[in-house]
Design a protein around this ligand. Structure first.
Ligand code: HEC
Ligand code: HEC
Ligand code: HEC
Ligand code: HEC
Length: 432
């Protein structure tokens, strides 16, 4: 009897002690200092300091690392903490640090597994505060209809790190400051040679490379391809934003002056995914939007710019890598985001990023709703790529989380690696 009492007493003391230690350990491992003891290299802390969740108004607490990267207590907090703790500990001590792919962890696909929406909701229980904008209301209503498959960070990806938290607003992008010259005339083509197109009324120009025609041999048949010019780079944000700024009409207005080219609606979230604008390829527009861009560019320049056919694309890319093959100096593949053309070598045609960077729309329809895309993207494995590589668009899947009704005809909400490049047929009669 006495023995049992002593045992119970001892067990009690041990349990109390253990609990005390566990709480201590939990408290210790919940501090930012603890997380930052490893996460210094990657600026996770510096970028957190720049964010709205650090710079909160005086009466509101800052959100700590664990406030977002662990679920709230009662929602699997301890389980996830142990799992994450073990993952980080194991990786830190046993994995080669070159194996960590930090930029991949900044992408929605991965971030939805290491941030918890229950935690967002703990601090933001009201999704319809009075001061919420109209855009926000529509978006949050959409969220409430698709709670199970959606995570807050699909629209608020930059919320924890860095100061780019506001969803981009097209009217701000539009006011890009003009530099140097404003072109008054489009380019004239004098010879079958590479030329620089200049968009009148803007400071935007881009190069078009001459591709001499010939026979394309495929397994099915030989096809004669006529000479054409092809964009040195994929249509960049500089060009695409100019198009948007001149035509944007909330999808409602027909802009008479621009030959009835109706405008694109502003996108949800960040159309550039936070990677930057400038000469990076414009991405996430629909095939319909790419065609509207071609019409607009043709109208502006008095030429007939268009999307390449899949065969023209294949022909150019075959020439571009003749005898050299596809290698990493010319292709941005096995990566997590687009890169700027300055960071890559040109191929044999003087063209950049035919392979990788973004998948490129072709004019050919694959069926009633989908189109052929060529070239692979930053996500594609370089070993899979070839001039013959092709896929089709996935219209429905790429619009899965678009909150608009009807869904946008201008922007894909769920595809961040598609873009396009323009070509122009070579017509000798154009040249005097
Ligand atoms: C012992 C060092 C160490 C500590 C302490 C640490 N981490 Fe990590 N963390 C790492 C390493 C290493 C990785 C990369 C894991 C990998 O790629 O396999 C990582 C990955 C992550 C990721 C990305 C998760 C993913 O899906 O790959 C997040 C988020 C994260 N840590 C948050 C935290 C938070 C929050 C804390 C504090 C509670 C913390 N870490 C404490 C070393 C650490
Ligand atoms: C308000 C929520 C929030 C807070 C607070 C927060 N994060 Fe994050 N964190 C995110 C989101 C969302 C992502 C994915 C997007 C990104 O990288 O910006 C992320 C990404 C990460 C990653 C992986 C990507 C990378 O760049 O390394 C790590 C590691 C990380 N956070 C660690 C931390 C640490 C350490 C702290 C505290 C100093 C912290 N986080 C605070 C929301 C948060
Ligand atoms: C510990 C509490 C806490 C957590 C967890 C938290 N937030 Fe916040 N959040 C805040 C505070 C405080 C502010 C600043 C509010 C203000 O300025 O009125 C804020 C601001 C915001 C804003 C407004 C930003 C702006 O530009 O005005 C958004 C959007 C947001 N949070 C989304 C999220 C998302 C998404 C998550 C989950 C990944 C999250 N928050 C997690 C406390 C939190
Ligand atoms: C479909 C996109 C979408 C989703 C999903 C989404 N939001 Fe938002 N959220 C928005 C938009 C758009 C705004 C308004 C931004 C603006 O007007 O600048 C907004 C605004 C906010 C704000 C700022 C409100 C204010 O005071 O102005 C907070 C906080 C917020 N969201 C939290 C969340 C949380 C938490 C979740 C997940 C439970 C979430 N959001 C899911 C798109 C979304």
């Amino acid at each position: 009897m006495k023995k049992k009492a002593t045992f119970l007493l001892l067990a009690g003391i041990v349990i109390v002690l253990l609990r005390f230690l566990l709480i201590k350990a939990d408290n210790y491992t919940s501090t930012n200092e603890y997380c930052n003891s490893c996460h210094v290299h990657d600026h996770a802390h510096t970028s957190w300091v720049e964010s709205v969740h650090y710079n909160t108004p005086p009466h509101l607490k800052k959100a700590r690392c664990v406030d977002c990267h662990l679920p709230p207590k009662g929602h699997g907090y301890y389980k996830e903490k142990l799992k994450a703790g073990w993952r980080d500990f194991y990786a830190f001590h046993f994995k080669d640090s070159t194996e960590y792919n930090w930029s991949e962890k900044t992408q929605i696909e991965q971030a939805r597994h290491h941030t918890y929406k229950q935690s967002c909701l703990l601090c933001h229980p009201k999704l319809f505060p009075v001061k919420l904008s109209e855009n926000g209301e529509m978006a949050h209503w959409h969220y409430t209809q698709h709670k199970n498959e959606m995570h807050c960070i699909q629209c608020h990806i930059n919320i924890g790190h860095g100061n780019k938290t506001k969803t981009h607003n097209l009217s701000i992008l539009r006011n890009r400051t003009q530099v140097d010259t404003t072109f008054t005339e489009a380019a004239t083509i004098d010879t079958f040679e590479t030329y620089t197109e200049t968009i009148p009324g803007s400071d935007v120009s881009f190069k078009m490379m001459a591709v001499e025609g010939g026979v394309l041999r495929t397994q099915q048949k030989d096809t004669l391809i006529k000479s054409f010019f092809i964009g040195e780079i994929e249509v960049s944000w500089d060009e695409y934003l100019l198009f948007l700024s001149e035509t944007e009409g909330e999808g409602r207005n027909e802009n008479q002056e621009l030959d009835g080219i109706s405008g694109a609606t502003p996108p949800w979230g960040n159309p550039d995914q936070g990677w930057g604008f400038g000469k990076r390829p414009a991405i996430t527009m629909t095939h319909h939007a790419a065609l509207a861009y071609c019409r607009w560019l043709s109208f502006k320049t008095g030429k007939t710019y268009r999307l390449p056919s899949a065969l023209e694309w294949e022909f150019a890319s075959t020439k571009a890598i003749k005898n050299t093959g596809i290698h990493h100096k010319i292709a941005n593949t096995n990566n997590t985001q687009t890169i700027e053309p300055t960071s890559i070598q040109a191929d044999l045609l003087g063209v950049k990023h035919l392979f990788g960077n973004v998948k490129e729309f072709c004019s050919d329809a694959a069926n009633a709703n989908e189109y052929i895309i060529k070239g692979g993207s930053f996500k594609t494995d370089i070993k899979e790529l070839s001039p013959q590589w092709s896929e089709t668009t996935q219209h429905k899947q790429w619009l899965k989380t678009d909150p608009q009704i009807p869904k946008s005809i201008w922007w894909y909400s769920d595809c961040n690696d598609v873009g396009f490049r323009v070509i122009l047929s070579y017509q000798p009669e154009q040249i005097n």
